[in-house]
Design a protein around this ligand. Sequence first.
Ligand code: ADP
Ligand code: ZN
Ligand code: MG
Length: 475
Amino acid sequence: MTEYEPVIGLEVHAQLLTTSKLFCGCSTNFGAPPNTNVCPVCLGLPGSLPVINERAVEMAVRAALALGCTIHGESIFARKNYFYPDLPKGYQISQYEEPLATAGKLEIEVDGVRRTVGITRIHMEEDAGKNVHGVGGDSLVDLNRAGVPLVEIVGAPDLRSSAEAAAYLRALRDVLVFVGVNDGNLEEGSFRCDANVSIRPKGSDKLGTRCELKNLNSFRFVQRAIDAEIARQSAILDAGGQVEQETRSFDPDTGQTSTLRSKEEAHDYRYFPEPDLPPLRVDSAFVTRLEAALPELPSAIRARWVSAGVPAALAQTLTQHPGYVRFFEALCAKYPNRVKAANWMATEVLRGAEVHGLDATFTVTPDQVAELLDLVERGEISGKQAKDVYAAIERTDRMPRQIVEERGMRVVSDEGALRAACEAVVARFPDQAATFRAGKKGVLGFFVGQVMKETGGSANPKLVSELLTRILEQG
Ligand code: ADP
Ligand code: ZN
Ligand code: MG
């Protein structure tokens, strides 16, 4: 049987986080009552004229720069004509032959292997409205979303597995979220993905016939849909058939893709330049200013942290959201042991973290965590006590030191008190004491454990181990 190589290219539509629409002043506020954020321009009423939103252009350029694209000084808006109830003008204003930006790239990593994936083009366009079906047997149209600014990011057919496609999508979302132009929400549709999939005999450099998959509204669905499509196309070729170019839809319930539109039913959009808008000009000073203001991207942050000793897996976890990065940097400014800080943040802090678009909320502050880790570092409280203190400060503005004092939690570092406990334990386990004296120093851990147990975990473990060593060696 022939071995096949999958070829995948993703097209992503990302909503730009402007407060007003692309060609009018209407609000982009999500969840407003239907058809309240509308005006003659986004309703497509005769005589109304579009005016470009400069903020949207800024955000599109920022996205394109972050993805290493060439920004074109002049790009052209075009009308993409089709008839659909959610499209009041009968066309969508998009860009076609002369897009805003081309030739970018994105680095992905799958199973420790890094690859650079091409980005063919980025163009600006407006969103359509939304059809709401089954309202008392009727279908209704909500045009609040019509005219909301989008960038379409067309990826090159460089991906070779569904895992690479998912990694590309995650990396792309992270870049857009970090530069603050998109909230990365697949489920709510502000970050949407279509996947083009073909297969070819391994070793061939000719592209096979592709199908376009729609309706992929989670990272998991993207991966499952692509795998199902690869299996379907492989079965067709194995049976001596040919893949037909078409648009297919993924059904998460059956795990299968099915025909949405065949090639014959494909739209002919009859693109032509938008006569109501002049060419979009972005001068080099504008681009240079935006480039200088770009924040550090997640890949660069990870590289910096890893070279400071943070394990790669932790660095990956803590760069999943810009809010996590801000928290971690603030924590490390006060508590400089990055590795311990990263561990504590990944295991404790992120459990209580919640992400909403560009915001992340936490149940503690970096200051609280820094003070807590410092108390452990100084041996004032044990690791076990630290967890209790943490539970007590979560969702409060209290500081760890207060809790420690209130509860009398300080570890016992009083030599006199601890010496008695140590002596008692040594006396109680004469066999183990003999083992120690015979040279098996490893049993010291056993004695320390016993003393800790006896003191309810409150003894200073460093001091206990020193005292025990002295007692055992004397005996
Ligand atoms: P169209 O003009 O029909 O939109 P494009 O050439 O712009 O086609 O490609 C659209 C998307 O399809 C891109 O993301 C590209 O990477 C992907 N693509 C193109 N050809 C193939 C192929 N043979 N197999 C898989 N993906 C492909
Ligand atoms: Zn409007
Ligand atoms: Mg296309």
